[in-house]
Unconditional design. Structure first.
Length: 399
């Protein structure tokens, strides 16, 4: 059972202020960022949306995040990609080769390059010469690290969380202290902490250099947008054994960590009914989540993801202990719940995934719900099996 493929997109703007008067000296337009593979894996590693970018890092390097082929075209036979002219460089090894000029082209990692050929991670046949772009998603750090900040702005609106349909946008404004000497900024990134030098989850190469003198200080505003699916009731096919899991599924509530107005990570979408969340994988290790078989009437799925507390299920069969797995090459988390329980012929109308107890009666929060097309009648006796929930992360290639 696949739960919410999530797309992450970010953008940044920079400002320079006079240290003595607070007057703004310059302001850049919004610019998009490239999320690295290390960033996708950080999300999958039980990180959570808000903790994903708690720190901002700046540097003076200016190597490109992507290389478009221009007039050079490519063909592919097996795992060999051949260029019509010299294009590949050693720095592209491990990068993501994307066919075409838009966002819809096929993608493949390149594992070896020389000037006119590259080895792809997957075999294909492309006989029509086609342009492409190499995206440097294999990078893990700024080129030349200067400073890091996790000092957040204190003015209303500096830090926020907002919702639009099935997307949530989180913003932080980072304040960099004035320095004793002039420095130049060409690259800006973000990470889950200020430590580990120039390591970043994603990076922007600025369209022009920002030069900051000792009489000035630097300000960076990051906006990160996470788009979640399914955001409306979505028909899913049967992937079960014995129990038919076909039905309508969706994430019913924004169960994720957010950025509070003071810039810190906040527990859940609307307070603290649950710390962390299913949606961002922050607590997707089973330690705080419950998977249950709903015995009551199947709920009516909302038309969109809600920002109020989820519904609860008082009549349920709670399934067994959970374990978690994580990809090492592309972002995803999965939680498998195995069970061996005694049932007495109850009828299951839906499968739920949610947080821990939220009432003295032991009701379970309905965060993700799969309403079964055909209710399942449990056996009278031993019922065993497993249910796997998977959270996947992907990115919009940009910058």
């Amino acid at each position: 059972m696949k739960l919410n493929p999530e797309t992450v997109f970010g953008r940044v703007k920079t400002e320079i202020f006079d240290r003595a008067t607070g007057r703004r000296i310059s302001k850049s337009p919004w610019q998009k960022n490239l999320v690295f593979d290390i960033g996708l894996n950080d999300l999958a590693d039980n990180r959570g949306f808000a903790p994903f970018f708690v720190a901002c890092k700046i540097g003076s390097g200016n190597s490109a995040n992507s290389y478009a082929s221009g007039a050079i075209t490519f063909t592919q036979s097996g795992t060999t990609i051949t260029a019509s002219g010299s294009f590949f460089t050693a720095a592209m090894t491990g990068g993501l080769f994307k066919w075409g000029t838009g966002t819809g082209g096929a993608e493949v990692y390149i594992t070896y390059v020389n000037a006119t050929t590259a080895t792809a991670s997957a075999s294909a046949t492309v006989t029509t010469p086609t342009v492409a772009t190499v995206w440097q998603v294999q990078k893990t750090a700024l080129d030349t690290f200067l400073y890091a900040s996790n000092t957040y702005g204190g003015t209303a609106g500096d830090n926020s969380t907002s919702y639009s349909g099935n997307s949530v946008t989180m913003q932080r404004k980072f304040i960099f202290a004035a320095q004793a000497s002039t420095y130049s900024v060409n690259e800006v990134g973000y990470f889950n902490s200020t430590g580990t030098g120039g390591t970043v989850n994603g990076r922007v190469v600025l369209s022009s250099t920002d030069t900051v003198t000792p009489s000035q200080y630097y300000v960076v505003t990051w906006q990160m947008t996470f788009t979640v699916s399914p955001g409306v009731p979505t028909a899913v096919a049967d992937v079960g054994t014995n129990i038919n899991t076909a039905g309508n599924a969706m994430q019913t509530v924004w169960d994720c960590q957010i950025v509070a107005s003071n810039g810190v990570n906040a527990n859940s979408f609307a307070g603290a009914w649950y710390s962390g969340g299913v949606m961002d994988g922050h607590s997707f290790n089973g330690s705080g989540q419950n998977v249950y078989l709903g015995l009551g009437a199947a709920p009516t799925l909302p038309a969109s993801i809600q920002t109020t507390a989820p519904g609860t299920e008082a009549s349920f069969i709670l399934l067994g202990s959970a374990s978690r797995a994580q990809s090492t090459s592309a972002g995803f988390s999965s939680m498998t719940v195995s069970f061996n329980i005694t049932t007495t012929g109850q009828t299951v109308n839906y499968i739920g995934l949610g947080g821990s107890q939220i009432s003295s009666g032991g009701n379970k929060a309905q965060s993700f719900v799969l309403v079964l097309t055909t209710p399942y009648v449990c056996p009278s006796g031993t019922f065993q099996g497993s249910i796997t929930f998977t959270v996947q992360f992907q990115r919009n290639l940009s910058n």
